[in-house]
Ligand binder design. Structure first.
Ligand code: PAF
Length: 283
């Protein structure tokens, strides 16, 4: 695996490959490191479907509201390199802040149709604009054919889809299904902050989403969502931040299955002081 730190060297490397084989496909996985099985499922999807897989590790300051969170972000780079090697990644792009945001770079304000202000965005002002700035920069630098994002960050996938549309990008967005721990909890770098018992108990989040899907034929969407919310809220120590059925393009709340072509249920549950994200796609 090549470890490349500057965009000049990465361009030179990828251009040489593109010149020797015009049909070569490049898969790209942007990450902030601290890689877990959720990330490796993205890497595996890229390796399987592309000639070259590039993974970036960059803790993007522009998507953090709180600088303390940015400072605390884990950076186990040696371990991450091992994970990438084991999963046959071809290139690790490990840029500095100056490479991603050179002096002449001005942060862009993308017209995201308010997707950045809804759900997670409501409590994290600027977060999704920050994500779009870094993803936009990486798309310019790497010029991938395919980009891989995890379904776990559902709103992020909807926002990136919009970014691709409004920038007329030729990158194909690939959303990889959520990787779960054996008991059902969605994999996340935050899970290590749960106790062992908490990690097992927190499977109630996924169970409630599966049950919700089953309930729809009898109860309808609105009542099934209400029941799932009440079920989670009744678990000791759990607090539902939100649990909503939303349209998969606009992220507007949806009450009936007939109201939209694509519907997902998104939730954030606070448990043992950790914000746990999960979702299920209904159609
Ligand atoms: O999902 C993440 O880890 C980040 O938001 C991303 C896509 C790497 C951008 O910094």
């Amino acid at each position: 695996m090549n470890i490349i730190k500057t965009s000049i060297v990465l361009n030179r490397y990828l251009n040489t490959i593109r010149e020797t084989n015009t049909k070569v496909t490049i898969g790209f996985i942007p990450t902030m490191g601290a890689l877990h099985s959720g990330h490796t499922s993205l890497i595996n999807a890229s390796v399987k479907n592309n000639d070259i897989t590039v993974c970036s590790i960059f803790v993007n300051p522009t998507q953090f509201g709180d600088s303390a969170d940015l400072e605390k972000y884990p950076k186990p780079i040696e371990k991450d390199i091992e994970v990438l090697l084991k999963n046959e990644c071809d290139v690790l792009f490990l840029p500095s802040n100056d490479t991603v945001y050179p002096n002449d770079y001005t942060q862009k304000s993308y017209d995201l149709n308010d997707l950045d202000l809804k759900i997670e965005g409501a409590s994290r002002p600027g977060h999704f604009q920050g994500v779009c700035n870094v993803v936009g920069r990486f798309f310019e630098i790497v010029k991938p054919d395919n980009a891989y994002f995890g379904q776990k960050d559902y709103q992020q996938t909807v926002v990136v889809n919009r970014l691709i549309q409004i920038t007329n990008s030729s990158v194909k967005l690939n959303v990889v299904p959520i990787k779960r721990e054996s008991h059902g909890l969605a994999m996340s770098s935050r899970n290590i902050r749960l106790s062992e018992k908490g990690r097992q108990n927190a499977a109630f989040i996924y169970r409630s989403l599966v049950q919700l899907k089953e309930d729809i034929s009898n109860l309808g969407l609105e009542q099934s969502v209400k029941k799932a919310r009440q079920f989670i809220q009744a678990q000791k120590g759990a607090h539902v931040d939100y649990l909503l059925a939303v349209d998969s393009i606009t992220l507007e709340p949806v009450k009936n299955m007939e109201d939209s072509k694509g519907i997902a249920v998104v939730t954030v549950v606070e448990y043992e002081g950790v914000r746990l994200l999960d979702n299920i796609i209904l159609k």
